[in-house]
Every structure is written in C-alpha cells, then in structure tokens.
Design a protein around this ligand. Structure first.
Ligand code: BGC
Length: 716
C-alpha cells in the first residue's frame, strides 16, 4: 500500500498535490467538505460529511440518532459500535467517504453549547464510547474523524480563546480520548480545533499535532482543519496540519435564508456572516507567512500562499508530499483507489430500531418515588411547550433531517389509552443553523392555567421540558428557558402525580425537584423521541442510562464558575482547576451534587453480593456479583473507580477506570469481571511522564461516583 501511495506522490505535479490538501466546492453539493481527486491518475474525490448525530448531507435526509451525550449515557460500548456502523452505512448511502465525528472533547463547562455533541466529563468513559463508535463507522468502509483536537470546551470566543491548561491536565483529561481514538480506534482522521491552546492556534500547534499526535501516538492518518479554522500557511504546514477545509468561502455553506440575527426571544444569536469573515480577515497575515488571499479564494492558505512558500524555498516540498501521502493513505485504506465504494443503507428498520434503543438505553431516571413505570390504564396529561415535537438535536453542524420522527405526545398517545395535551407555555425557541424556523411558532393560547386544569383532571401529568443549546453559543445559564420552571411548579401543585421529562444538552437546575414524583433525563433523543419515551414511562423498557456528567445544584458548584475559568478574560480561559473537572472537582471541593456522575435508577431492584479484587499479571480484576431481587428486568452499571492515595501530588479522590452494564431478568444474578490495569493508577508527572504511585492505593466499586458498594486498598 505504501508503495502504491509513494508511486502516486512521485507522479503528481505540485499543483495536483496542492489540490489534494485543500477543500473545494462539491460539484454534487451534498458534502460538508470535498477534496477533488486527480483524474489523470485515477485518484477519486473524497467527500466529508457531518456529523456526530447522523449524516448531514446537504439537502438530504438521514436517521436522526440520539445525541452523543445520550449515547455515552448508555455506558454500552457494544451499542456504540452498532450505532457507529449504522452511521457509516448511512454516510456510504449518501456517497460520502468521511464522517466528521465523533466529538471527543471533554465536557468541562456545563454551559457549553456543544455538550450534546460530546460524551462526558470523564476521559475513560469518553474513550470507551468513542473508540467503538469510530470502529463501527470505519467497519463500513467510511473514515471517522475524532474532533475537535483539543481543549475545545466552549463556544464563546471559540475561534480565538486560548485554553491555558497544564500539561498534566492535558495528559490526564483532554488528550486521552484522542489518544484512544488513535491507538485503539485506528481513527483515519483527526480534526484540529478552532481554539488556541496555551497561546497557539491548534492548526499551528506543532507540539500537539506533530510531536504528540503523530510522533508520540503514531497517528498516520489525516489532520483536517476545522472549517475556516486554518490560520496560516507556513506555520500550519510545518505544524502538521494536512488538509485545509473547506477551501471555499462561507457563502457556499449558508442556508438560503439565514436565521434571524440577535433574536431576543431566547433563540440563538447565530454568528453574523461579517463576524466570521472578519474573524478570518483579522488574522495576522505575518503569523505564519503568506498574505491573506482575497475573497472568494479565502481562506486558502494551502492554495497560493503555500505554493509561493514552496517556490521561495520557505517550505520544503517534502512537507507537502507527506500531507499528500496521508490523504492518499486514507483514500487507499477505504479501498477507493481500487474503486471500492460501499453502497451503504439508509433509514432501514434496523437503523430505526437502533435510534430507539439508544434513546431508551441512554435515558437516565434521575428520581422516582415509585410513580414510574406508569400503568397502561392511567390517564395522562402531556404538558410542555414543545411536547408535540421530537427533540432531534441541538443547533449547528450536527443538525440532521430525519425521514420519520415521533414526538412525546404522539409516542404517549400511541401507548396509553387516555392522553390529553396542553402546551402550558410559549414554545421554547430552538436554535437551528440549517433549518431556521419562522417566529410564527408562538401559541397565544398557551397558558399555565390551562395546564393546571389538565393536571387536575388526570392520573398523571407528564411535563416535557427542554433547553436550547447550539454550536456557536454557550447556554447563558443552567436554568430551563422560558416559563418552564414556573409551569412545572404549578403542575406539580395541581396534579396527583407529576413526572418531569428533561430534553436537555446537559445539567439544568431543578428548583421544583422536591415537588415532583419522578424526573427522567432523555437528552436530545432524536427521531425516536416519543417512541422511546413511551417505552420507558410505561415500563416496556428499563431506562438503562447513567449520568456521564455531574448535575450540580447551580452553576456555582462547578470549577468553571469564575470568569477567568469561563468564558475567560482577555481571550484566555484559565484551566486553573487542573485535573479537578466534573466529579473530580465535586469530590475535592466537597460539594454535594444534585445528581452525581454515574447516577441513574432502574426499574429492577439490584443488590450487590460478593465483591472481590484479585491481583493479575497486569494489575487487578474486580469481580462483583449483582442480583435482581425485584420483579422487573433492568440494567445495572457496575462502576470501578481508582484512587491514588500513594501519589505525591494532589490527585482526585477517585477516577473511573472500568465499568460494565448488565441486564438482569427478575430473580437472576450474574458476576461481572472488570480488569483494571496497573497503569490506570498513573498520574502524569511533568518530569517523568506517566507514573504509577508505588504503595497503597484505592479501588472502589459502586453504582455511581457517590454510591459505593465496596472499597479496597491495593498495593501498586
Ligand atoms: C464545526 C465542526 C464541523 C464543521 C463542518 C464547524 O463549525 O466546528 O464540528 O464538522 O463546522 O460543518
């Protein structure tokens, strides 16, 4: 293979080489990114398409799967692999070669507008879900892209903000997902992030791109820039960026009608076209050499500016050859040089089932005083400003237009005999970049009084609430927008029983928690929203999910509460919390979370029997016997956390190092065995690198990071 690739590189002219490392307009108009091939040498074009939640081929439809955070909530790597494979098949069916996902960024800031596209605040869970997703996509002859490398943890000022972060936090928290994508997932492509890390834009970051990603981890695939995220010609070329995207102006990507700007209705304030262009225009042309090309060629650093740099001797042509080699290697690994292109499948019964299964398994039952599951004969009042529409996803590049969808109202009406609906409040605006809706959605008739009247007349009120998250913008706070808190409180006062269903991108505050009987978090459940919800609320299925993020009581509970930490001051977000992100922070600061990381209830009643730890060649094996003593089937997620008490530096009290989800029929038991390598105890030392602290450390086994069933001291 390498021979064939080298042979091609030798035969390409410089002009042809440059065509292979910079995007161009897709003649078919469906791809998010397009690399024209070289017909003369039978090098086919390459099509790249968003994104993590389903295929967003322009103007086309595809299965709208649940959001990535829902997938992570399943704690089920096998399901992630099935999802990845389905995504790969759908991309192939749309004639695409590369999926621009999954998003492997750590969830650092609870407000981040893209948290629904990411997995978790924990690097182990991120890797354990991301790797099989990548593997699934690539098993279908389509490349995956781990994005956005690295420390792209907020949308505010995302093109410029510098994540000022210690080497230790990078190594322990932000890099491991990407490292696993490369070393365990053999990911074919990695997208560089927009932001800067410790002052340097990621597209120019030689240490993180060349030294760490390529040299240290052995990544031999393609580093693709984020869209208009390349900032220089020479510096980027030498730092290890391989492919500049999209290579054409932003106009080519805008929906025909731009969404309203600066809407004061709580909807998105999407970026102004001028701002985006200004952002690129304002980049210092001297930063990496090469003048800024004028529109419409902008931004095209890997076009004329790079050619001129080669001609003047500033950049060695070998640097370009290496990039071309990587692009051709990817094309070849997909079989495209031999003319193989998988046909793929779209919207199959299997994909529909999978969209539903992930939504069910990713639903997290946060609280339940026994009201759930509901009885099929119960009369249900469905209440909620948007309960008559499926929550497909958040706004931005991950938007997917499905072929079918079920709203909560439709799903429940199908499953229960008696269902009535009241909106209760004005619809919550849903930020969308590609499917902007008119402001005409407002429902003048919606009133809390009508919702209360319905709540009084039914056996159970089901209030469906949601947030509004989008790429380009972080959530202003963690409250449910609009009148939803007041609506829930009023309904809970009036109804005999109240179940709150949350469709949110991450944690929200719950001032009404004590007044309601159950809370189910379904994230953005995708096209199967209502179907999955009905299955869970009726007890046809167990809500299998566990939280991949900590729910605090308020935004102040998080380590990013100060403005230096988020959104940053003078263009710098200080990651001074170091490795104490998410539950690591809540534990260290002794803050009582509203719902801890790893939490989630089941309809089964699971008891723990024997839990043991034995030493193995590589480390340890935890064995835990779990028994379902209830009369309903359900899921238990056995979680193993390590504590490095013997370390000479401050370390988190516990860190997730292993887990397994098991389904248990009533009256059955099983013993799960979870290996924990000695390296799982390692911390990163600036001088010595990864270091396993000699001495007595801790291993704990629990149902969540705060609900511990057994604790052990182990000698490392
Ligand atoms: C996003 C990427 C996406 C790209 C192409 C960017 O705005 O950050 O995640 O893949 O656009 O749509």
């Amino acid at each position: 293979m390498e021979e064939e690739v080298s042979r091609l590189v030798d035969r390409l002219t410089l002009e042809e080489k440059l065509r292979l490392i910079r995007g161009a307009a897709d003649p078919e108009g469906t791809a998010t990114g397009y690399v024209p091939g070289v017909e003369r040498l039978d090098i086919p074009p390459l099509r790249l398409v968003d994104g993590p939640l389903g295929v967003r081929a322009m103007g086309e439809r595809a299965t709208a799967f649940p959001s990535s955070i829902a997938l992570a909530s399943t704690w089920d790597p096998d399901l992630a692999r099935e999802f990845g494979a389905a995504l790969g098949r759908e991309a192939a069916a749309h004639g695409q070669d590369v999926v621009l996902g999954p998003g492997m960024n750590l969830i650092r800031v609870p407000h981040c507008g893209r948290n629904f596209e990411y997995y978790s605040e924990d690097p182990h869970l991120t890797a354990r879900i991301g790797v099989p997703t990548i593997d699934g996509i690539q098993s279908e002859g389509v490349a995956a892209t781990a994005k956005h490398y690295v420390a792209n943890n907020q949308e505010t000022n995302r093109y410029d903000v510098s994540a000022d972060v210690s080497e230790r936090a990078l190594r322990e928290l932000y890099l491991p997902g990407f490292r696993a994508a490369v070393e365990d997932g053999d990911v074919l492509s990695v997208m560089s992030a927009y932001n800067r890390v410790n002052g340097t834009h990621m597209s120019d970051h030689e240490r993180l791109l060349q030294d760490v990603l390529k040299d240290e981890w052995g990544f031999d695939g393609v580093v693709v820039s984020d869209w208009w995220g390349t900032r220089s010609a020479v510096a980027a070329a030498e730092a290890g960026l391989d492919l500049e995207m999209p290579g054409v102006g932003i106009e080519a990507f805008l929906p025909e009608e731009m969404p309203a700007q600066g809407a004061d209705d709580g909807g998105a304030e999407l970026p102004d076209l001028d701002d985006l262009e200004g952002m690129v225009d304002s980049v210092d042309a001297d930063a990496g050499g090469g003048p800024l090309p004028p529109i419409p060629e902008f931004p095209a650093y890997f076009g004329d500016p790079l050619r001129e740099a080669i001609e003047s001797g500033d950049v060695d042509e070998a640097v370009v050859d290496e990039k071309v080699r990587r692009v051709l290697r990817l094309v070849d690994r997909l079989g495209r040089l031999e003319g193989d292109a998988p046909e793929g499948t779209l919207d199959t019964p299997e994909h529909r089932r999978l969209a539903r299964d992930v939504a069910v398994e990713g639903s997290v039952l946060l609280a339940n005083d026994g009201v759930l599951p509901l009885d099929g004969g119960d009369s249900i009042g469905v209440i909620g400003p948007n309960a008559d529409a499926a929550k497909l996803g958040g706004g931005g590049s991950s938007e997917v237009s499905p072929l079918v969808e079920t709203s909560p109202l439709e799903g429940l009406a199908e499953r229960f005999d008696e269902v009535a609906f009241e909106r209760g409040a004005e619809p919550i605006a849903e930020s969308s970049f590609f499917n902007p809706t008119e402001d005409g959605q407002a429902d003048a008739d919606a009133s809390i009084e009508d919702a209360v009247a319905l709540a009084e007349s039914v056996d159970c009120a089901v209030v469906v609430a949601q947030d509004d998250a989008t790429e380009f913008r972080d959530r202003p706070d963690l409250a449910l927008p609009g009148e939803q808190d007041a609506l829930i409180e009023a309904v809970a006062d009036a109804a005999e029983r109240t179940v709150v269903v949350l469709r949110t991108s991450g944690p929200v505050t719950m001032p009404w928690l004590e007044s309601v009987d159950a809370v189910l978090e379904t994230w953005y459940p995708g096209q199967a929203d209502g179907e999955a919800l009905a299955a869970v609320l009726s007890g046809d299925a167990d809500p299998g999910g566990r939280l991949p993020v900590t729910f605090g009581r308020s935004a102040d509970d998080y380590p990013t509460a100060g403005e230096e930490a988020f959104p940053g001051v003078d263009g710098v977000a200080s990651y001074d919390e170091g490795v104490f992100v998410g539950y690591r922070h809540f534990d260290a600061a002794d803050v009582d979370p509203l719902f801890p990381f790893g939490h989630g209830l089941s309809y089964a009643t699971v008891e723990y029997g024997d839990v043991t730890v034995t030493e193995t060649e590589d480390g340890f094996e935890v064995a835990a016997t779990v028994r379902n003593v209830g009369d309903r089937a359900g899921t238990e997620v056995v979680q193993v956390y390590a504590g490095t008490a013997a370390a000479p530096v401050p370390c988190p009290e516990r860190e997730l190092v292993g887990f397994e989800a098991v389904s248990l029929e009533p009256g059955t038991e099983t013993t799960v065995r979870i290996p924990v390598e000695r390296e799982a105890f390692a911390y990163y030392d600036d001088a010595d690198g990864w270091t396993v602290p000699d001495g007595t450390n801790d291993l704990v086994v629990g149902r969540s990071s705060r609900d511990i069933e057994a604790a052990f001291r182990v000698e490392c």
